[in-house]
Design a binder for this molecule. Structure first.
Ligand SMILES: Nc1ncnc2c1ncn2[C@@H]1O[C@H](COP(=O)(O)OP(=O)(O)OP(=O)(O)O)[C@@H](O)[C@H]1O
Length: 646
């Protein structure tokens, strides 16, 4: 029975497949580079370890004193310096030194040059020209079997060192077809001799029969050790970097997976929404219309004795209408400070009007400056008298961008400044959130605010496909009154309140926009330039009488009528006739089915006498009570209404 071989690397018995190389056997798994762990094409075996060619070079190869590159084949060691044989050249003839040489003033001179007469010999590079003993040894590869030291010290016996025995009775080395006699220690050469010994690599390629070549141990020098340490440190640092990179890649992958998950959630929510819409149109009789709950302010489909058709769309509940935009973190509202104080702090000692006047007169910038390249412009949404409103993106979110340009007939930088200052200072749920403005180009200014998806109230009311219960109508009216109550509490008159300046969110909240515009100061101009607005203008304004904030109450009366009737006031009437009609006391007709309290409120608000009109505080409270008294919404089609009645 044959005993199993032992692996030259791990010393354990080899019971299965083995690699036989260079007279040694290895476990197949052990036959890898001990430094990089890769498979071996050729190898070095040192101190019981296997190394691949690059690792061996990296770890053990000597560095040439002349070219600073590792020496992988023949090493010439002369005077303690290491050279590639090709780099070991004569300082005089610049030829490779293959025979004897002299070490003169720090340089090597070949034997032939040294024999030249002194005057024809080029001067040595060093100021010292003393010829000193020269010693060189030639070593093949990093672990050659032979190293011969040579010296010349004028007739002294050159030391010849064989680092490996040449074998029994051998005193020659065969180079190619030539046999070179290696002098024994007793021979006395007169000059240095360099024996350039053919590289006898101890690397073994796979097809070399094992046991042919000797494997030589390598004795690292102190320089080798230092270099190895540096290399090891560099490898360690590289490894750390690779680990960090791996960690970052893992984090990135996690983030991408999270994003994918979010996307899936959005898609599922959309599918759910679709299913809910489908099922509600199938199960409710004859249709499902939304009712509103003030506490949550969200809409939910519920059966109601509605007269609207099943095709009627409803303003969708916000919770179901989630878009990627909604998942983004909200953009923080910019809170301006004047002399280090916020608006509520300033209001303790000053009126809003004083603060605003100060800001405008002193041209203070109380807005957040938004750079043009931070904004992505989208499609045009609306073109009003003072500017154009575009869809856009800011910080990844949908926004409304209002552009004031000199192309606009009513372009006014004062109006822009006033609007921007008011919008920056105000912070109320019934106004759109204002993000900031850009005034880089005085002929093209823009400001950015929250995008309100439902569009303006007028469009919602006139859209017959949108079903609205009375409760929802009241809820919109309450929101507008709430915004106006707040505005008046600050002493700000809107001057342009109308259904086109109220926006509806997709959870049916109302937000007032476009307030405090200075163009309304010259109301006669407004009347002639923007006739549409005259429907909401109070008689005292037409009469050019002094007006107070109660002109906004009049406008609100018209808005209340619009909300209930879902029609345009004075529809079909020549715009020029409206001021006359209004001053004569003519108003749109309130339909007979209008709830008494609501109708009473409309009439009180559009009263001809400004002083008789209620304040928003009262309006808000009354409408809120009316809303509170309703439990279930009653969806109502737009009324067919008579429009002009005194
Ligand atoms: N934040 C917003 N979100 C969605 N739509 C908006 C927003 N701001 C304005 N709009 C749309 O743009 C329209 C005009 O806006 P705005 O009233 O501010 O401009 P304007 O030039 O003052 O118009 P007008 O002279 O008719 O009052 C609005 O009726 C509305 O449809």
């Amino acid at each position: 029975m044959s005993t199993p071989d032992n692996c030259a690397v791990c010393s354990n018995a080899i019971k299965s497949s083995r690699v036989r190389a260079n007279g040694r056997v290895f476990h197949e798994d052990c036959f890898i580079c001990s430094s990089c762990g890769l498979n071996l094409d050729s190898f070095f075996f040192k101190d019981g370890k296997l190394y691949c060619d690059p690792c061996e070079t990296k770890l053990y190869a000597k560095i040439c004193d002349k070219c600073s590159l590792p020496i992988q084949t023949t090493v010439v060691n002369a005077r303690g310096k290491m050279f590639h044989s090709a780099c070991f050249t004569c300082v005089t003839c610049v030829q490779e030194i293959k025979g004897g040489f002299f070490y003169v003033g720090g340089s090597f001179v070949c034997d032939s040059c040294d024999k030249l007469p002194k005057n024809s010999r080029p001067s040595p590079p060093s100021p010292t020209t003393t010829t000193v003993a020269a010693t060189a040894s030639v070593t093949t590869s990093a672990s050659s079997p032979v190293s011969i030291a040579l010296s010349n010290s004028n007739n002294s016996t050159p030391p010849i060192v064989l680092t490996q025995p040449l074998g029994l009775n051998r005193n020659s080395i065969t180079i190619g077809n030539t046999e070179i006699q290696v002098p024994t220690s007793t021979s006395t050469p007169t000059t240095n001799i360099i024996y350039v010994v053919n590289n006898t690599p101890d690397r073994v390629s796979g097809d070399i029969p094992p046991g042919v070549l000797p494997v030589q141990p390598h004795q690292p020098t102190s320089t080798d050790i230092q270099q190895n340490q540096i290399l090891l440190e560099q490898q360690k640092a590289l490894q750390q970097l690779q680990e960090q990179q791996l960690q970052l890649q893992q984090q990135l992958q996690q983030q991408m997976e999270q994003q994918k998950l979010q996307q899936q959630i959005i898609e599922q929510q959309h599918n759910l929404q679709k299913l809910q819409i489908q099922s509600s149109s199938q199960t409710t009789t004859p249709n499902a219309s939304p009712t509103i709950s003030r506490s949550t302010n969200s809409l939910s489909p519920s059966p109601s004795p509605s007269t609207t058709s099943t095709s009627t769309s409803v303003l969708s509940p916000s919770k179901l209408n989630i878009s990627a935009n909604d998942l983004l973190p909200p953009i923080e509202k910019y809170v301006p400070k004047i002399q280090g104080k916020t608006l509520p702090e300033l209001l303790k000692n000053q009126s809003f009007d004083e603060i605003l006047s100060d800001v405008l007169e002193k041209k203070m910038n109380v807005y957040n400056e938004i750079k043009k390249d931070e904004v992505e412009f989208g499609e045009l949404m609306a073109a009003g008298a003072s500017g154009k409103v575009y869809r856009g993106k800011y910080k990844g979110r949908d926004v409304a961008i209002k552009v004031y340009s000199t192309d606009n007939f009513c372009f006014s930088i004062e109006e822009f400044n006033r609007e921007v200052s008011i919008m920056s200072l105000l912070d109320h749920e019934c106004f759109t959130t204002f993000y900031g403005a850009n005034k880089e180009n005085p002929k093209y200014l823009f400001h950015i605010s929250e995008m309100v998806k439902g569009g303006c109230l007028r469009d919602v009311l006139l859209n017959k496909d949108v079903a609205l219960s009375y409760a929802q109508q009241l809820s919109i009216a309450v929101d507008v009154a709430h915004a106006m109550k707040y505005l008046h509490s600050l002493g700000v008159i809107h001057r342009d309140l109308k259904s086109g300046n109220v926006l509806i969110t997709d959870d049916l909240r109302a937000k007032v926009i476009d307030f405090g515009t200075s163009r309304a100061i010259d109301l006669s101009k407004q009347m002639t330039l923007n006739l549409g607005t005259s429907c909401w203008m109070a008689p005292e304004v037409f009469r050019n009488e002094p007006y107070t904030e109660s002109c906004d109450v009049y406008s609100f009366g018209i808005v209340l009528w619009e909300i209930y009737c879902r029609a345009d006031p004075y529809d079909g009437v020549n715009s020029w006739s409206i001021p006359v009609m209004v001053c004569k006391g003519e108003r749109p007709v309130i339909p007979a089915d209008c709830p008494t309290e609501y109708a009473k409120m409309i009439k009180a608000c559009w009263s001809d006498k400004a002083k008789k009109r209620p304040k928003f505080k009262e309006i808000y409270s009354t409408l809120n009570k009316l809303l509170g008294g309703l439990t279930l919404g009653k969806t109502k089609k737009s009324s067919s209404v008579g429009l002009f009645k005194k």
